[in-house]
Structures are given as structure tokens and as C-alpha cells.
Ligand binder design. Structure first.
Ligand SMILES: Cc1cc2nc3c(=O)[nH]c(=O)nc-3n(C[C@H](O)[C@H](O)[C@H](O)COP(=O)(O)OP(=O)(O)OC[C@H]3O[C@@H](n4cnc5c(N)ncnc54)[C@H](O)[C@@H]3O)c2cc1C
Length: 507
């Protein structure tokens, strides 16, 4: 008798696409096993500009299908996760000699009308000589357009999809690398290397979803053993985080003289996030790192607009990630399609692998639905599409009810200061109460690691959200890395390895 059970679906990759698919599939009744070789969202999905957006710029490339789908997702996702997703207004200054005002107006007219907008406010024109948005900018920008999109905490969106998938029965493994996948009669046998101790686990599944993002071709060439693999074009994008340049809650959309655009976005209270860049990338996606030229480019592009220039010395943090764009043969990186393509490979009725090329955070839920259509072709139909109206963990409160949730948390835990209550509600929504449990005072939260990070939160992240290292906690589950000193980070790391040891000994 075969002791290894055969799962329906094996998902390679714990980025937004892998976790979104695992959630959708588990909710429809498929048995799902997901393996992520590092931490959840440690690939591209924590390195985005963090916008749930239609992609105004993609209209110039006639990507109407993508823009429409993405625009429609803005309110769907906001309602599903109002703690980590919220509306944001963008100020697009008109700049003489760049795109004409009529073209911008036309783009924004389409933006307002093709995407099923209901709650988000429409575009308006600003007189920058009077509007507070004009204040931090050079006086030559006298007119601007203000439009709606949304902000997302990208890394948390990934983890919440994984959490929901697990609660619906999926197995989620992190630090688990797929090293080999071979076809046997009617199913796949997959070797998964457990990275901490290099032990190999064998898993069987009837279908593989290759959601390895920028590693998608490497998985095909390596673990699956295909020849001549070249489906994606890797394009690096970097961001800089600087001490805040403005107090306004709105973000800026700046046009550059090279035809590209960059955003300057209010970030984590005290900072401004500026990005991004587009440059072809050939190395290991894990090694992507901002270059001097990218720093110079971003500082110069933002300084064209701000009265106070953006200088290297203002930079508090940088991050870089690699877009896995479907290789459509475009000559410039910025022109390559941002749409996604799903391709099945099923030689002579054997077990199928479906590969994902491209995609956006914004469209991950729709991509998962399209993937489930492919899954149904191979494995037969189970449940219906369901994710359009289901909240993600902690998101079960009204889309406009964030302030009320903070007030509820403060009244249940009066010892929290307002900033702490807001931060916990932003990250965990209604699950902040699970994290805080029976705490009646600050000291009940356990050891203090710096800023407002306490043991209770770290334990929650280790037990519920697959956090293993200080980096997982400080740079993906939270952004407390911006506040903690290197000594505090080391202390957290030591605490977490001790706690891991205690968990392992108890198992
Ligand atoms: C600079 C930049 C800005 C962006 N801005 C936005 C934005 O504002 N809005 C938006 O909607 N989109 C944006 N995007 C696009 C979006 O971030 C990506 O399309 C999306 O995150 C890709 O997700 P993914 O799950 O396909 O890939 P990833 O997040 O990279 O996930 C793939 C995972 O597979 C794992 N993996 C690889 N090989 C193996 C293996 N052998 N075994 C196990 N696991 C493996 C990796 O470790 C990785 O975690 C941006 C992208 C970039 C680079």
C-alpha cells in the first residue's frame, strides 16, 4: 500500500500568486500542499510599490483588459481586507513639455469609468497655487489632477492568504524548496528539501502549479528538467525610503523626462517611499539590490518636483525586487506587458503542470480564479468561485470602519496607546484581539524588543504566521525594522531562535 497520500494540487512558491491560489483552491475543497523555499512573500511580493491600482500608465500601452480587471479589483480587495488595504488619492502634477493635459484627462476619464468604481471618489483638478498638495513642490507646477487608487501592505496580503488557506485545510510549508518533480502514472512525485536540516520529504500530487515568480523558469529547467526554458523577462525595480518629504496623506505621481513615472507615497508615518525603476536583470532574483545608478535616478527624478531636493543622505532604507514579466519581446523593460499568462503542460494525458508568467499584486485574486478554471479542466469541478465576497483573516469589518475598529480595540485594551492600537489594527484587524488575548496591562505583553514590539506579537507571528527569523518579523510581517536598532534586532533574533528551539524540543 502507498503510504504517501496524493494531494490534488501542489503549489510551488509562497508569493501572492501561490498563496492566493492555495486559498481559493482549498476553499473549493481541493487538497492543497504549498512549498515556499524561503519565507512567505520573501520574493517579489514584498518588494512592490504596494499599490492596488489600475495602472494608469498601462493605458498608454493599450492594456485595456488588464487595466479594467485591475480597476475592478480595487474595491473588491479593499472590502476583503480593510485593515491592510485602504484608498489613497494620487496627485499628478501637469508638467509642461511632457504628456499634454488632454491626454492625462482622457486617461483619467477612462480610469474613472471603466472599472466599476462605487466607493472611491472620482478625479478632480487641483489649483496647486492654493491646494496644500502644491506646498512641498516647486512653484512651476501650477495645476494637477487628483485621482483614486488604493494602498496595500503587500507582504501581509500574502501571509493572510496563506493563513486563510491553512484554515481551509491547505498544508503550508516554508523554508521548503522543491528540488525535483517527476511524473508517474497519473500524478507527480515531488522532492521537497527542508532547508534548515536538508532532509527531503516526498509529496505526491495530481497537478503542480508553478507560482515561483521570477524563479519560474529556473524551476522548469531545474526541478522539472525541461530544456530551453525562456518564458519570463526579469526586470529589477528599486525603491528608496526617505525621511518624510510632506505631511499630506495624498501620494504623488511624477512624470519623468524619459517617459517613465515614479511615485512618492506617505509611508509608515515618518517616511516617504519613492520608486520605482525598470532595468533588465540577469542574476539570481534573491540577490537583487539597488544600484548607485538607481539611487541617483530616483533622487534626481523626485528632486525635479520637490522644493527640498531628495539626497542620498536622506535615505533610511532601500529595497529591490524583480518583476517576472511574460516575455512578449518588447524592446524596453518598461514596455513589457504587465498582464499574466497561464500555460498548462500536459504531455499525452500525463499529470499537468500549470505555469504562471507575469501578474500583479492587484490582480492576484482574478489570476487565482483563472488558475482554478485550468485546475477544473484537469481535476474536475469542485466548489464555485467564492473569494470575491469573503474577508481575509482580520478583515471582517466594514471597508470604512477602520477608526471604529481602533476605538473598539482601545476600549477592550485601555492600556494600549493610540499609535499602538492603530498599528495593531492596521496589521491584524479584528485578530488583534487574538494576539492580545487576556492581557490587562503592558507588562502582560511580555518582553519588550523596542518601539512598540512585544513578545505577545512575536509569539503570535511565530505561531500563526510562519515567522521564523527577526527579518521575517521586522521586514515582512511588520516594518518595525525601520524603528529597531541593530542591537535590538540581534536580541530579537536570539529570542526567536531560543523560542524555536523550545518549540522543536516540545514536538
Ligand atoms: C519594483 C516592483 C514594483 C511593483 N509594484 C506593484 C504594485 O504597486 N502593484 C501591483 O499590483 N504589483 C506590483 N508589482 C508586481 C508584483 O509585485 C508581482 O507581480 C508579484 O508580487 C509576483 O508574485 P509571485 O507570487 O508571482 O512571485 P513571488 O512573490 O516572487 O513569489 C514566488 C515565490 O516562489 C518561491 N520559490 C521559487 N522557487 C522555489 C522552489 N524551487 N521551491 C519553493 N519555492 C520556490 C520564491 O522564494 C518566492 O517567494 C511590482 C513588482 C516590482 C518588482
Amino acid at each position: 500500500m502507498d503510504a504517501v497520500p496524493i494531494h490534488d494540487i501542489f503549489v510551488i512558491g509562497g508569493g501572492i500568486n501561490g498563496c492566493g491560489i492555495a486559498r481559493d483552491a482549498a476553499g473549493r475543497g481541493y487538497s492543497v500542499f504549498l512549498a515556499e523555499m524561503n519565507d512567505l512573500a520573501s520574493g517579489t511580493s514584498s518588494g512592490s510599490t504596494k499599490l492596488i491600482h489600475g495602472g494608469l500608465r498601462y493605458l498608454e500601452h493599450y492594456e485595456f483588459r488588464l487595466v479594467r480587471e485591475a480597476l475592478m479589483e480595487r474595491e473588491v480587495l479593499w472590502k476583503a481586507a480593510p485593515h491592510i488595504i485602504w484608498p489613497m488619492r494620487f496627485v499628478l502634477p501637469y508638467a509642461k513639455g511632457l504628456r499634454p493635459a488632454w491626454l492625462i484627462r482622457l486617461g483619467l476619464f477612462l480610469y474613472d469609468h471603466i472599472g466599476g468604481r462605487k466607493l472611491l471618489p472620482p478625479t478632480r483638478t487641483l489649483d496647486m497655487t492654493r491646494d496644500p498638495a502644491g506646498k512641498p513642490l516647486k512653484p512651476l507646477f501650477r495645476k494637477a489632477f487628483e485621482y483614486s487608487d488604493a494602498w496595500v501592505n503587500d507582504a501581509r496580503l500574502v501571509v493572510l492568504n496563506a493563513r486563510d488557506a491553512a484554515e481551509r485545510g491547505a498544508t503550508i510549508r516554508t523554508r521548503a524548496k522543491v528540488v525535483r518533480a517527476r511524473r508517474e502514472t497519473g500524478h507527480w512525485t515531488i522532492d521537497v528539501e527542508n532547508l534548515p536540516d536538508k532532509t527531503v520529504e516526498t509529496v505526491k500530487a495530481r497537478l503542480i502549479v508553478n507560482a515561483a515568480g521570477p524563479w519560474v523558469d529556473r524551476v522548469l529547467a531545474g526541478a522539472v528538467g525541461q530544456n530551453d526554458v525562456h518564458n519570463v523577462r526579469l526586470v529589477q525595480g528599486s525603491h528608496i525610503v526617505v525621511q518624510k518629504k510632506f505631511d499630506d496623506p495624498r501620494a504623488y505621481f511624477f512624470q519623468n523626462k524619459d517617459g517613465r513615472i515614479i511615485f512618492a507615497i506617505p509611508y509608515e508615518g515618518d517616511f516617504t517611499l519613492i520608486g520605482t525603476t525598470d532595468q533588465d536583470y540577469l542574476g539570481d532574483p534573491r540577490e537583487a539590490k539597488i544600484t548607485d545608478a538607481e539611487i541617483d535616478y530616483l533622487c534626481a527624478a523626485a528632486s525635479e518636483y520637490f522644493v527640498e531636493p531628495v539626497r542620498r543622505k536622506d535615505i533610511a532604507w532601500t529595497y529591490s525586487a524583480v518583476r517576472p514579466l511574460y516575455d512578449d519581446g518588447a524592446s524596453k523593460a518598461q514596455e513589457a506587458t504587465r498582464d499574466y499568462v497561464l500555460k498548462s503542460d500536459v504531455p499525452d494525458g500525463q499529470a499537468a503542470i500549470v505555469n504562471i508568467f507575469g501578474g500583479k499584486i492587484t490582480t492576484y485574486r482574478r489570476l487565482a480564479e483563472s488558475m482554478l478554471e485550468k485546475v477544473e479542466e484537469h481535476l474536475g469541478k469542485r466548489g464555485k468561485p467564492w473569494t470575491a465576497s469573503a474577508p481575509l483573516p482580520g478583515g471582517d469589518f466594514p471597508a470604512t470602519g477602520f477608526a471604529a475598529e481602533v476605538a473598539k480595540l482601545k476600549s477592550a485594551y485601555p492600556f494600549l496607546d493610540l499609535g499602538h492600537a492603530q498599528r495593531l489594527t492596521r496589521l491584524y484587524g479584528t485578530r488583534a484581539k487574538t494576539l492580545l488575548g487576556l492581557a490587562r496591562s503592558q507588562s502582560d505583553l511580555g518582553r519588550h524588543f523596542g518601539a512598540d514590539l512585544y513578545e505577545a506579537e512575536v509569539r503570535y507571528l511565530m505561531n500563526q504566521e510562519w515567522a521564523v527569523t527577526a527579518e521575517d518579523v521586522l521586514w515582512r510581517r511588520t516594518k518595525r525594522g525601520l524603528k529597531l536598532t541593530p542591537e535590538q534586532t540581534n536580541a530579537l533574533d536570539r529570542y526567536m531562535s531560543g523560542a524555536r528551539g523550545a518549540i522543536a524540543a516540545a514536538e
